[in-house]
Design a protein around this ligand. Structure first.
Ligand SMILES: [Zn+2]
Ligand SMILES: [Zn+2]
Length: 65
């Protein structure tokens, strides 16, 4: 995946504890930490973005037509 903060690309599946070693929430942290800057990326954000974009698209079309 690509870090949203610094743009660094990394393989989240190869990160130990999802890069969580420094965040201290090992057991219930669902975020993937960038090995470069430590930013906590949400693995579900892409799906949410798609959903929001589709919603906006709907609204946009409605207001235009
Ligand atoms: Zn974490
Ligand atoms: Zn980063």
């Amino acid at each position: 995946m690509k870090c949203r903060m610094c743009g660094f690309e990394f393989d989240e599946n190869r990160l130990e504890n999802r890069g969580c070693a420094s965040c201290g929430k090992h057991s219930n942290c669902n975020l993937i930490h960038c090995p470069e800057c430590g930013f906590a990326n949400s693995p579900q954000l892409d799906q949410e973005f798609d959903f929001i974009i589709k919603l906006k698209d709907k609204f946009g079309r409605k207001s235009k037509s």
